[in-house]
Design a protein around this ligand. Structure first.
Ligand code: ZN
Length: 671
């Protein structure tokens, strides 16, 4: 489940690349979504619609929570790599003091490099975790450092310059290569010098309690180091590691607590403060339970050591924060779906033996992000499903959210990027996508999350892990097919979620185009499709293509040497989705591992090299950035003569370098 974060972030890439807009939810305006473009990155802005409709109390609550978010930035930088903060200080000093020609090639390359490390929260790429390669000369940097005013260059500048320029030094932030000592070969700062993977594993094996049904998240908030040859955990807490940053986070959480919407939320904030104060992981679990159970508050937040993708052993959480509030109107959508969960289950095209007699829709909500911070900034997920501890999820539930102002920003920014012109077969289809893809894509996600995953049942005695390595691909295919099948159902109009019986065709076209062709742009030539969500989309698209071939349901047509997807019979395509859903549900319900293998191997893995090359070449001509991220809005309190806050204003005009430099100046507790 926790994978949803990454999976969602990857989906966003695809979504972002397809041009779409809902006629009724995305009013045309002249808001400039694109802020910056460099290397493989595009930086966008996002709007915070509805902020002005919050009560003054809620606005002040958001204000203090976003301050608490911004104060954590340097924790993540230091977690990512021990020399990140000194390197950033050094480069920002050069950036601020530079008085030479700003069109100089070395300077331009230097500026790009600085923008890259801002985006990566350190000297490694946020996604590949490879160290950035500077395109300016070492002499250029040394000359600039020599020119800095007295005391502005760090004493160990030479050492830092060597780190930047020597490709063999700390080349990979998170090494996942099988067979290597993942701790010793990863540059991240979760482990001290001389600590080996074996020692870390032995240490945790020694302290974990066998048979514990409610285990704490071992190692979540500690740095491991060696003292006198022994493994020791150094906790992140007030008075401990990162204590100077945590002090500011706690002070702002404390201010926020005074404006909490209700007692439950106040208690939740207090528990988080307790956790930061003590570093005690049982307190973190208490906080997580209170947080998961608070579904009444409109304003909500994530703040802490959450996801562990940055740790090669997957234990320590990278610091992150997202402050948000519920989008009441859009959340109505997921509530309607959950309210009709039984109808969807009863009417699905799967064998009745595999249906649930009593189905409960998962409560999901649509949120508006107000600030992104730490590991969720500038690159951010579009969906989140927390908490991560499995026993808490089972006993106390979890929150599944879609961040709609972020998906909308991706969507708006994709307008005019040339994707439709290059890959969509004709004008009418492009128009269909323009009008209905945004809403149907969101509905597809809602159906997938609220109903798809929760539908169906295993036959008695079937091992839930019986599909082994293909389990997640089959499970994602099941949820996607459930969503695709129902998107075209008259029920969607009846319950008021769509207003046009043709709307579903937008999602159908995009889904097939993506599954057969455009998602291949993320695969290197000669490689197989590996990631579960990508495999699932490929299986669905290729299975439907093959099984509808004789009837001409989907065609691949050649126009001027380019391949295009043409869908001739959308209704028949829906029928095919229903058929495949029945088969995938059968595989899952009966644990038919052999059939899962065949399905995945036949449709989900191998790439046609000619079509792949064509997609890569056509994609390359568009200059669409593979990775996107965001600058935040700026929140400013308005005060009366007595100093009382009377309003909070939101400003969207800050540029990317200005925001980064301001954060470095104003939120730099770990000096
Ligand atoms: Zn899913």
């Amino acid at each position: 489940m926790k994978k949803l974060l990454i999976a969602a972030a990857m989906t966003s890439l695809i979504t972002a690349a397809s041009c779409s807009k809902s006629a009724d939810t995305a009013p045309a305006d002249d808001f400039d979504y694109t802020v910056d473009r460099f290397a493989d990155i595009e930086v966008l802005r996002y709007k915070v619609p509805g902020f002005e409709d919050l009560s003054l109390n809620q606005k002040i609550l958001v204000y203090y929570l976003q301050e608490a978010a911004l104060w954590g930035r340097d924790i993540l930088w230091d977690q990512n790599y021990a020399q990140n903060l000194p390197i950033r200080d050094m480069l920002e000093a050069v950036y601020t003091n530079y008085d030479g020609d700003k069109n100089d090639a070395d300077y331009k390359a230097f500026e790009t490099y600085l923008k890259q490390i801002w985006f990566g929260n350190g000297i490694h790429h946020h996604y590949s975790t490879d160290k950035f390669v500077p395109a300016f000369s070492r002499d250029f940097l040394s000359a600039q450092l020599a020119k800095l005013p007295e005391g502005a260059a760090p004493a160990n500048a030479e050492e830092l310059v060597e780190i930047i320029f020597n490709p063999t030094v700390d080349a990979k932030r998170v090494n996942q290569a099988q067979g290597a000592d993942l701790v010793a070969t990863s540059a991240c700062n979760f482990y001290g010098d001389g600590v080996s993977q074996k020692e870390v594993e032995a240490y945790f094996d020694g302290i974990k309690k066998p048979g514990d049904l409610t285990p704490i998240s071992y190692g979540l908030n500690t740095r491991i180091k060696k003292v006198d040859g022994k493994i020791v955990e150094e906790p992140y807490r007030l008075g401990g590691l990162y204590g100077e940053a945590i002090e500011h986070i706690v002070a702002n959480l404390d201010s926020a607590a005074a404006y909490a919407e209700n007692d439950a939320q106040r208690a939740t904030i207090r528990s988080l403060i307790d956790f930061y104060t003590t570093g005690d992981l049982a307190t973190f679990d208490k906080y997580s339970i209170e947080w998961a159970e608070d579904t009444a508050s409109q304003v909500d937040f994530i703040n802490g050591f959450i996801e562990s993708y940055g740790d090669p052993l997957g234990m320590t959480g990278s610091w992150e924060s997202i402050v948000n509030f519920k989008n009441l109107e859009a959340s109505g959508r997921t509530e309607i779906l959950s309210g009709n969960a039984q109808w969807f289950e009863d009417n699905s095209p799967v064998d009745s033996a595999f249906k649930k007699e009593k189905v409960k829709g998962i409560s999901a909500k649509v949120i508006t992000a107000a600030i992104l911070a730490g590991d969720a900034y500038p690159a951010t997920p579009i969906g989140i499903n927390l908490p991560n501890a499995n026993w808490i999820r089972a006993a106390h539930g979890s929150k599944s959210v879609t961040i709609e102002n972020i998906t909308q920003a991706y969507d708006e920014a994709a307008h005019g990027n040339g994707f439709n012109e290059e890959f969509v077969i004709d004008e009418p289809t492009a128009k269909l996508l323009d009008d209905y893809l945004f809403i149907t894509d969101n509905l597809h996600t809602d159906l997938h999350e609220c109903l798809g995953h929760g539908s169906g049942k295993l036959l008695p005695g079937v091992d839930p892990d019986g599909l082994k390595e293909h389990g997640s691909t089959i499970e994602e295919a099941r949820a996607d097919l459930f969503a695709l099948y129902y998107l075209a159902d008259p029920k969607m109009l009846e319950i008021g979620l769509l207003d046009n019986p043709e709307a579903y065709k937008a999602e159908y076209y995009k889904y097939i185009l993506n599954g057969l062709m455009t998602q291949l742009m993320r695969i290197e030539p000669g490689k197989d499709v590996e990631e579960a969500h990508m495999r699932n989309r490929k299986i669905i698209a290729e299975w439907a293509y093959e099984h509808g071939k004789d009837a001409g349901v989907i065609e691949l047509v050649n126009k001027d040497g380019k391949t295009f997807v043409k869908i001739n019979d959308y209704e028949a395509l829906r029928g095919l989705f229903g058929e495949l859903l029945a088969e995938i549900q059968r595989i899952r319900s009966t644990g038919d591992y052999a059939a899962a293998c065949e399905m995945v191997e036949k449709y989900g893995v191998k790439v046609d090299p000619t079509l792949h090359r064509e997609v890569l070449d056509r994609y390359a001509t568009l200059d669409i950035a593979p990775y996107k991220g965001f600058v935040n809005p700026v929140y400013t309190p308005v005060r009366d003569a007595d100093g009382n806050i009377t309003d909070i204003t939101v400003d969207y005009t800050e540029e990317y370098p200005e925001q980064m430099m301001r954060y470095s100046r104003n939120y730099h507790p770990l000096r």
